[in-house]
Design a binder for this molecule. Structure first.
Ligand code: SER
Length: 319
């Protein structure tokens, strides 16, 4: 029996993961939780919703016990750009929240999934085809919390036998909930502006490569890794995964195939550009492919067609 609690479930990933997991494991088996007082109307409100602040360990323990939770998918965290604006808060929430979740998991013997990120790498890391196991000296607070989080997850597995698993997500592109304060968000906003205005001003400079992934592949990654045979996992946490790597001009060119007059210009934000410059250009995800069969479906081409189609269906823009 699987009973899943998702924290931060009203964010960019959780909004879609909640529905995908309800479809896969049964509507009553997935508890959506977030710090917001109410769950927004829509399909997500059709299942159980719990108000849950991950900074409150008693509340996490009570929710786990109330619903007899077997798996916690811990998503509540601040992203990179917000983290640079509020480093102390990022440390507190990202590390505090994870620590509380792991402690509850240890006590209640639940499994945990929590994502790391390409942000766990830094300027000293090989930038192309970045290996699974390599130098990790990030220069953002978000990245610091991601590396420390990876280590903490490994520790809870080694020391206490908690079944903790995780991936290093690249920038995630989706059409349901917007990302909140990341560096890779430009690759989401560009689709909205392309449809609404026929143009986009990028805060990331031309030529800046970053790994990216379309949300359906990200959801599949979480569920496949959760279900993977533990015996096959030599790594457990922080698997490099990617689906594509591109820079803004390549993304714009792909959009232009659908919206021929699309214009892109630049107003580079030095903070987010600095963050992007400190991250890899492209990850090597062969270890995830070997150990649990990671195999993304979407390319830049198929993602772009689908993003534009989905956003048009929602009535975004008129192009
Ligand atoms: N998408 C995230 C960010 O930009 C990276 O994990 O912060």
């Amino acid at each position: 029996m699987t009973k899943i609690l998702i924290t931060g479930a009203l964010g960019q990933i959780g909004t879609e993961l909640t529905l995908a997991m309800r479809e896969r494991y049964g509507a009553s088996e997935v508890i959506c939780s977030d710090i917001k007082d109410t769950c927004p109307e829509g399909p997500i409100s059709e299942g159980v919703y719990e108000v849950l602040d991950v900074m409150n360990p008693q509340a996490i323990a009570a929710t786990v016990s109330k619903h007899k939770v077997t798996h916690i998918v811990h998503l509540a965290a601040l992203l990179s750009a917000v983290g640079e604006a509020h480093p102390a808060r990022a440390w507190e929430i990202n590390m505090g929240g994870l620590f509380h979740v792991l402690e509850v998991a240890r006590e209640a013997k639940t499994a945990v999934f929590t994502p790391s990120s390409i942000a766990a790498f830094g300027p000293g890391t090989p930038v192309d085809n970045t290996p699974q196991d390599t130098i990790q000296r990030p220069t953002t607070m978000y990245g610091v919390t991601k590396v420390a989080g990876e280590l903490l997850c490994d520790y809870y597995h080694l020391k206490f036998g908690v079944d903790v698993r995780g991936v290093r997500f690249p920038g995630l592109i989706s059409h349901e909930a917007l990302p909140g304060g990341g560096t890779t968000d430009y690759a989401v906003h560009i689709y909205y502006d392309a449809l609404k205005k026929g143009s986009y001003t990028s805060y990331i400079a031309a030529g800046t490569y970053m790994d990216m992934m379309y949300m359906p592949d990200a959801l599949q990654a979480i569920m496949t890794l959760l279900e993977a045979d533990a015996a096959r996992l030599k790594h457990r946490n922080a698997f490099n995964i990617t689906a594509m790597a591109f820079e803004p001009e390549e993304l714009a060119a792909e959009i232009r195939k659908h919206i021929p007059g699309f214009v892109m210009d630049y107003d580079v934000d030095p903070i987010r550009q600095g963050i992007a410059d400190s991250w890899p250009n492209s990850l090597d995800d062969s270890v995830a492919r070997e150990e649990w069969g990671w195999n993304p479906v979407y390319t830049l081409e198929t993602m772009t067609s689908d993003m534009l189609k989905q956003l048009k269906n929602k009535g975004i823009g008129n192009r």
